[in-house]
Structure formats: structure tokens, C-alpha cells
Ligand binder design. Structure first.
Ligand code: PNS
Length: 164
């Protein structure tokens, strides 16, 4: 069975992420969407909250499961027998960072290949941090998110603003 991992912070998952996950699900037998910690970022949603949002957003994709891991992606891949990582590339600016991560993961686990899918043009500009910024200033984020999670994300981001 060809297992791929779609790793990320997903803080929160956007329509752009769902597009990449769907396309990965068409290429592999099983896709694990893996919620990890990016130590360069401050996360708004907890690992469990992010997992719940992804489960809602991907519930109609048959061969997709969601998991959490607080450790190295390369080790997780080894544990579950996954040989591929699928990541989306939005622009040339993504490339350097993604290339660095792909090479690091290959060094840690030489069997692991990173496969890059180019973002669909309508989602090229989209990022989780942009969504959070728009929401925190009262803008409409419904266009950026899978419809199943718009209310959950709004609720969290509004509470956060009220709470400071
Ligand atoms: O969505 P992001 O923030 O670009 O995803 C980055 C992520 C979470 C995939 C990356 O930070 C990661 O793999 N974190 C887990 C720890 C790890 O394995 N680090 C070494 C990989 S270079």
C-alpha cells in the first residue's frame, strides 16, 4: 500500500490545504494528514483543535485520515511505513524553505521522498496566517475556509480578540 503524509501546521486548514489533500488522495492509496508543531510559528489552535477542524474539512475524502505527532516527521513516517511526503508549493518564495525541509527529512530518513504539488491558481495567495489576520480585524473569511469549519474558526478567533 502506498502511504503518503501531508504534513503541516494547519493553523487552521484552508481551502488551499484541502485542494492539495484531495489531489494527494487521488495519487496514493492512503493519505495521512499529519498535524505537527512548527517551532518557528506561534500556533493559535491547539494540536487537537487543528485535528478536529481537518477531520471536519476532509470527512468526504475516503482514503484520508488525520493524526497528530509531537516529534520529527521523518520518525513518524518510519513508524507508519510511509515513503512519501506531499506538500503544496504556492510560489517561488515557498521553495527555499520547502527544499531545506525535504533535504533534512531525506537525511533523517533516506527512504522518504518529498513530492511537490503546485497550488491551484485560485489558492496561490492563500495562507493560514492571512486568514487569521483578516478575521482578527473583522473581515469575512468564509471564502478562504472549507465551509464546514467557518463558524468554529470565527468563534475561536473572535474569542481570542475579545480576550486580548
Ligand atoms: O505548515 P508548515 O508550518 O509549513 O509545516 C511545517 C512542518 C510542521 C511540516 C515542519 O515544521 C515539521 O515537519 N515539523 C515537525 C518537526 C520536524 O520534523 N522538523 C524537521 C523537518 S525539517
Amino acid at each position: 500500500m502506498r502511504i503518503a503524509i501531508c504534513p503541516g501546521s494547519f493553523d487552521p486548514i484552508t481551502k488551499g490545504h484541502v485542494d492539495i489533500i484531495k489531489r494527494a488522495a487521488g495519487l496514493f492509496d492512503k493519505v495521512i494528514v499529519l498535524v505537527l508543531t512548527n517551532y518557528n510559528k506561534h500556533h493559535t489552535f491547539s494540536l487537537e483543535e487543528r485535528k478536529g477542524l481537518i477531520e471536519k474539512a476532509t470527512c468526504d475524502i475516503e482514503n484520508v485520515t488525520v493524526d497528530i505527532y509531537d516529534g520529527l516527521l521523518a520518525n513518524y513516517a518510519l513508524n507508519v511505513g510511509a515513503k512519501s511526503i506531499v506538500k503544496g508549493l504556492r510560489a517561488v518564495s515557498d521553495f527555499e524553505y520547502e527544499f531545506q525541509m525535504a533535504l533534512t527529512n531525506k537525511k533523517l530518513n533516506p527512504e522518504l521522498e518529498t513530492v511537490f504539488l503546485t497550488a491551484t491558481s485560485e489558492y496561490m495567495y492563500l495562507s493560514s496566517s492571512l486568514v487569521k489576520q483578516v478575521a482578527e480585524f473583522g473581515g469575512d473569511i468564509s471564502e478562504f475556509l472549507p465551509p464546514q469549519i467557518v463558524n468554529d474558526v470565527m468563534k475561536k478567533l473572535c474569542n481570542k480578540k475579545i480576550g486580548g
